[in-house]
Design a protein around this ligand. Structure first.
Ligand code: DGL
Length: 273
């Protein structure tokens, strides 16, 4: 690994992984980041394990070719379905989001009971339940397939659109809490859900079921920063390169919401089918 400015490859099925990059930029600013959003093949969350693994491996391979010293699978679905395959195929450290997210949930002061919201593919894999059970934590997973499209459409702020998203969240949370009535910790097991955090907290209030809401973005960035040379914690400003496999214009527009800052240049990439 380049000890002065290591290259960190970060990939997701789309924009959501930028929430992880955002945390990385504050914890380890002095690195080179190459981010790939596989927007042409999004969503991964409704696809089969074989397809997700094939997509994820091609993204990992591309980032390795760009000089990545370390790889971050900033997609819950790809982590749930393909982390071990990617780790076996790559000669560099590969960090996913599920282990750090589960550890962050387990680290809450009381012995928590965790409800995980995620895509259908992630919940079907049971990866979060296995990770949390291994830490002695009781877990229930709930698939929320409508949430990614609502976030992608930006139905978060304006009252008319926001009301639809709040209705959908209310239904999912009522169903989820019927399965796990004593859950006290809500783990956002999808890259898009941190953007819904204020609406989720509002919904929990109206349901009179307060919960600690945790996402894996910060925990993953901390796990990655712990593997990096100390010099990356300060010094030179970050260097970031962005690739998307579909509409560069949409990636710039939506990506800046996820990253919390303007994306200057995004390159279009063809990874095949
Ligand atoms: N990035 C995916 C995840 O975190 C959500 C979007 C998708 O389904 O591809 O699970």
């Amino acid at each position: 690994m380049n000890s002065l400015r290591p290259t960190i490859g970060v990939f997701d099925s789309g924009f959501g992984g930028l929430t992880v990059l955002r945390e990385l930029l504050s914890l380890a600013p002095s690195a080179r980041y190459v981010y790939l959003g596989d927007t042409a093949r999004l969503p991964y969350g409704s696809k089969s394990r074989e397809t997700i693994a094939r997509y994820a491996l091609s993204s990992a391979q591309f980032l390795r070719e760009q000089g990545a010293d370390l790889l971050v699978v900033a997609c819950n679905t790809a982590t749930a379905l393909a982390l071990e395959e990617i780790q076996a195929a790559m000669p560099i450290p590969v960090v996913g989001v599920i282990g750090p997210g589960a550890r962050a949930a387990a680290a809450t002061p009381s012995h928590p009971e965790v409800l995980v919201l995620a895509t259908a593919a992630t919940t079907q894999s049971g990866a979060y339940t296995r990770a949390l059970n291994a830490l002695g934590i009781k877990a229930t997973e709930k698939a929320c397939p409508l949430l990614v499209p609502l976030v992608e459409e930006g139905w978060l702020d304006q009252p008319l659109y926001k009301s639809v998203t709040l209705d959908v969240l209310r239904i999912y949370l009522i169903e989820a809490l019927a399965q796990a009535p004593t859950a006290d910790t809500l783990l956002l097991g999808c890259t898009h859900y941190p953007l819904l955090k204020p609406l989720i907290e509002t919904t929990l209030q109206t349901l009179r079921h307060p919960m600690k809401v945790i996402d894996s973005a910060n925990a993953t960035a901390q796990a990655v920063a712990a593997l990096l040379p100390a010099a990356t914690a300060a010094g030179e400003p970050p260097v970031c390169e962005f690739y998307a496999t579909d509409s560069v214009e949409k990636f710039q527009r939506l990506g800046s919401v996820f990253l919390g800052q303007q994306l200057n240049e995004v390159k279009l990439l063809d990874l095949g089918g």
